[in-house]
Structure formats: C-alpha cells, structure tokens
Ligand binder design. Structure first.
Ligand code: ZN
Length: 366
C-alpha cells in the first residue's frame, strides 16, 4: 500500500525510508543503501526543516507576521499552509530563533510584517552568571508555540508530521552574550562560556519535553551558530556536540529529533551523527555522497536531509532549477528533501511547490 506523505516522513526519520536510489541519468547509479528490496518501492517526501513562511503563503492562509510570531492561531494557520498550500510532509513552528533568548531577558526587535524578530540587546555580558528562568516553558512565546502545536495536530496532523523547533544550546548561548563574544571566548577562555551553554542545555531539555507533551511528532534542534563557518571542528566537539547530545538524550527516543546546523560540515558529520540525532539536516555546501560513504563505512545509518539551495534555487531560480536540485539531492543520497536552511520570505510559492512535485516525481523514476 502506498504510504501517505506523513508516513513517508516518519519512516524516513526512523531510518526505514529508502535512500533515493538509482536515479539514472545515464551515468552510474547511486549506491543502494538498503538491502531490503522493498526500499525500491519506497518514496521520498519533501519537508522544510527550517522556517518556510513566505509572503505568498501569508496571503494564501490569511495569517501574517508579526502576529504569527506571537499568537497561537495565526502561528498555526500559517504553518499549516506548509502542508495544505505547499504540500510539505511536515509543518513546523516557530519562525525565528529568538524565543529562548527572549525568556532569558534579551530585548527583541520586532520584524513587522516582513522580517522575523531579531535580538536587539543580549541579556548578559561574559562573566555574568546566567540565571535559569523559573517556569521556563510558561514564559514568553512558548505557551503560544505549544498551543500552535496542539492546533496543528488537530488541523493537519493526519497528513503532515508536526514539528516543534528549538534552538541548540551553543546557539542560545551565542544569543545570550553575543556571537562575537562567544566566539572569542571559545578560543581563549572556553570555560567562561560553559555556564551559558549549561543553562541553555537545561532549558532546551525543558522546552523539548514541553514540545513532546504538546503532541509534536518530531523535534527540530537548530544549532545554527555551531556551524564550521563560525567555529572549528574542535570547538564543535567541545562546546556544541556534548550539549546537543544531552538534549537529544533527554528526548529519549520518544519522538525523532532532526538536528540542523548551517554551512559546510564535512569534518564533523560523524560527530553530529554521534549526538544521537535521528536525522541530520544539512546545506548543499556539505558533500552528501562523501558523508553517506563515511557513514556506511562506520556503520552509521543516520538519514541525511537536504539540500535545495534556498537562494540560488528557491528564491532566484526557476521551478526547473529547483527540480534539478531535488534530483541531485536524491542522487546524492538524502532520505528526505528539504531546503538547505530557512526559506526567504519573498521566495515564490511556485518554487516551493516545484520542490514538492519534483520529490513526488522521483518515486516514478525509481
Ligand atoms: Zn541553516
């Protein structure tokens, strides 16, 4: 029986989905990663691990920023458009990465109708002792996000995987003291930033538990600052990975966890897999076939998700450009198609729909 898109996504996150195989373009076919011949019948779905709200999606759903950042109903309505308008196999909230830092006391600059909220003022200076806010998940925008997850489960939970997205401890710490202070300290005095990362780990665990309690099917951890564009592999291993691991361990396999880190990650792909994440969302800067091969040699089965370029293909390209990147990602061995990173809000809806269509068309080519 054909799987629904929701089932395809969940199967892929469990590592049961086929790696897209044998995309024959005349040249050699990609290696078969599953001995199971059923995998030849399996399908590949498209999701967006990071934010996918666009101005056109706001028009179609009648739910707009900034309300969709703060109120559960428009937040859920806009997110649901991911499934009902774009055709994605998963929906997610929220749209920005400032939720945790705001509760720690960061001043937030509202982005109005066109931009996501950003951090105007960091709550701490390096050397301060961070304080974990009591009742973390009852503060700030978290109650609205949890309510949006419950609404999404009711409204589109049959057809799409509902994902709650939190920020990784290293990136929350960057939001607490500022990225340049954090980067400088990570080189010279790494011990001085541990209290922030520790606090962020504790609150990430609380937030993850609340997301699960609200009924989410999957958790996304966006650790955008833990990118090798920002830090060395050594810093990733010392200051990011151990804390990602603790958050993922606290989820305890109750729901699958997708970790998303930006940029070129080739040197730490096996370290990311070792965090226990159920899937890794990467950008097209990553050499996915090389990572898959390394994984296979090490007996790592963690699915990789990606990697349609959000600017080159989705924002500036044509639907044909998008389809070409979907086919390339599939041939490279991703288990689920997704944009590399956050989708720009002025991205044409037609290109996002083309991503979904091209992913659907892969099934027939197999
Ligand atoms: Zn990213």
């Amino acid at each position: 029986m054909e799987k629904t898109t929701r089932e395809q996504v969940l199967a892929a996150l469990r590592g049961e989905g086929a790696y897209p195989v044998a995309i024959h373009d005349g040249a050699q076919s990609a290696p078969l990663h599953r001995a199971d011949t059923n995998s030849l019948r399996s399908q590949v779905a498209a999701i967006s691990v990071c934010q996918y709200a666009t101005y056109e999606l706001m028009e179609k759903t009648g739910a707009f920023w900034p309300q969709a950042h703060y109120e559960a109903a428009p937040m859920a309505r806009l997110a649901a458009g991911g499934a009902t308008v774009i055709g994605l196999g998963a929906v997610r909230v929220p749209y920005c990465q400032t939720v945790e830092a705001e509760i720690y006391g960061a001043k937030i600059k509202d982005g109005g109708r066109t931009h996501i909220p950003s951090i105007a003022e960091h709550p701490y200076k390096l050397g301060d002792t961070p304080e974990i806010p009591a009742d973390f998940v009852k503060k700030g925008r978290i109650p609205a996000i949890l309510e949006a997850i419950r609404i999404l489960k009711r409204e589109v939970g049959e057809k799409a995987v509902v994902m709650g997205s939190i920020v990784g401890p290293f990136s929350v710490a960057a939001n607490l003291v500022g990225i340049s202070a954090l980067l400088k300290a990570s080189l010279r005095k790494p011990d001085s930033i541990l209290p922030y990362i520790e606090a962020a780990t504790e609150t990430a665990q609380q937030y993850a538990a609340a997301v699960i309690e609200a009924g989410a099917d999957a958790l996304v951890i966006e650790d955008m600052m833990a990118s090798l564009d920002m830090i060395s592999p050594r810093t990733y291993r010392a200051l990011a990975a151990p804390y990602e691991t603790r958050v993922i361990a606290s989820v305890g396999k109750r729901i699958p966890v997708i970790i998303h880190i930006c940029g070129k990650l080739d040197q730490v792909m096996t370290d990311i897999a070792a965090t226990g994440a159920d899937a890794i969302s990467v950008e097209s800067a990553v050499d996915i076939p090389a990572a898959r091969q390394k994984f296979d040699e090490a007996g790592i089965r963690t699915p990789i998700i990606g990697a349609v370029h959000p600017i080159r293909a989705l924002l500036e390209g044509t639907p044909e450009d998008v389809a070409a990147e979907v086919r390339k990602s599939a041939a490279d061995g991703v288990a689920l198609i997704s944009p590399d990173c956050a989708v720009a809000p002025n991205t044409p809806l037609a290109n996002l729909q083309a991503m979904v269509e091209a992913a659907g068309a892969l099934q027939e080519r197999r």
